[in-house]
Write a protein that binds this ligand. Structure first.
Ligand code: SAM
Ligand code: SF4
Length: 324
């Protein structure tokens, strides 16, 4: 799978449910509300067919996301189904971590080998204000369990918010000293629903990079399959830091991923103007060739870059709708 600009797409991000139990201020500030008449998320057989199609096109890294994926009762079965697809080598999940401490064993036994947990603040009150839930302690305990269990990749996502959590680098550095996690600072992105919030709280991630370099952190050379994060390390710290700066120059040149929504729409870009319904090709096992043609035929429509700088957020009301 290569597009007009020579980018390859071995990485699929599949949302398995649009619903979420949190109310993050930048994403679903009023909580999740189902659109009237909304279609049900893909069933397990539909997920299996979809993944076989992508695997036939060279996908080898899969991320399960949402909404909040653990809201789905058959999540463990979804993971087991995904892990059984030949070609899927890295099976990751992005979660808010609310069920991590209780379900980690079940998920890893099903085949999960990488996890990203969203932790926007290490301060209990601030975490509760951002997410609407006072769950920080339990989530941090779940992360410790994942590290103790030797999960090959444990990453944390923190969305940078001006005047909310943008002065917490010292607390994060304390944490990273003895936690071998990859912390990703993500610059807030504008979406269809969050314009006023975005204007108040957007802060460029570059300011953090300057602070890191001053504190002796070293930028790592970009790996060929690195995706859009810029990575930093420091010999005195067990953890690493990645910066995801979607408003930086050349952000899209490293794009290596496609997305499918919970109801089976292919999204070529997080901020694209259209989705391509794949669900009609997921109804029977013998539709694999048609599915592969439908996916492969769409790549010519993938644009060189997003148009966020012009405030064009496409059809994405919030990132819970696509999985981020
Ligand atoms: N519910 C799960 C979670 O929060 O990890 C998975 C879905 S969530 C949409 C995926 C990631 O997108 C999270 O790390 C979240 O913080 C991030 N995110 C959501 N809205 C965002 C925005 N407007 N700008 C930047 N990151 C955002
Ligand atoms: Fe839910 Fe994740 Fe959005 Fe927070 S960022 S509201 S946890 S989907």
């Amino acid at each position: 799978m290569t597009d007009r600009y020579g980018r390859r797409f071995p990485y699929l991000r599949l949302s398995i449910v649009p619903a979420c139990n949190f109310r993050c201020t930048y994403c679903l500030p009023h909580g999740y509300r189902a659109a009237p008449g909304a279609a049900a998320p893909l069933s397990l057989p539909e997920v299996a067919r979809l993944l076989r199609g992508f695997a036939a096109l060279g996908m080898h890294k899969l991320r399960i996301t949402g909404g909040e994926p653990s809201v789905r009762h058959d999540l463990t079965e979804v993971l087991r189904t995904a892990a059984a697809i030949p070609g899927v080598r890295k099976l990751a999940m992005t979660t808010n971590g609310t069920l991590l401490s209780r379900r980690l064993g079940e998920w890893t036994e099903a085949g999960l080998n990488a996890i990203n947990v969203s932790v926007d603040s290490l301060d209990r009150a601030s975490f509760a204000r951002i997410t609407g839930h006072d769950r920080l302690e339990d989530i941090l305990a779940g992360i410790d369990m994942a590290l103790a269990a030797g999960l090959p990749s444990v990453k944390l996502n923190a969305v940078l918010l001006r005047d909310v959590n943008d002065r917490e680098l010292p607390a994060w550095l304390d944490y990273l000293r003895d936690h071998a996690v990859g912390l990703r600072f993500i610059e807030l992105m504008q979406t269809g629903d969050n314009l006023a919030f975005f204007r108040d709280h957007h802060v460029r991630a570059e300011t953090l990079e300057t602070q890191l370099l001053e504190a002796g952190w070293e930028a790592l050379p970009r790996a060929a399959d690195a995706g859009p994060a810029r990575e930093y390390r420091h010999a005195d710290y067990a953890g690493r830091i990645g910066i995801i700066a979607p408003y930086s120059k050349d952000f899209c040149s490293g794009c290596n991923r496609l997305r499918v929504t919970a109801t089976g729409d292919l999204r070529l870009c997080l901020f694209g103007e259209f989705g391509i319904p794949l669900r009609p090709f997921l109804q029977q096992d013998d539709q694999l060739d048609d599915l592969v043609r439908a996916i492969g035929g769409q790549l010519v429509h993938k644009e060189r870059t997003h148009y966020l700088h012009q405030g064009r957020t496409g059809i994405t009301p919030h990132l819970a709708s696509t999985g981020g």
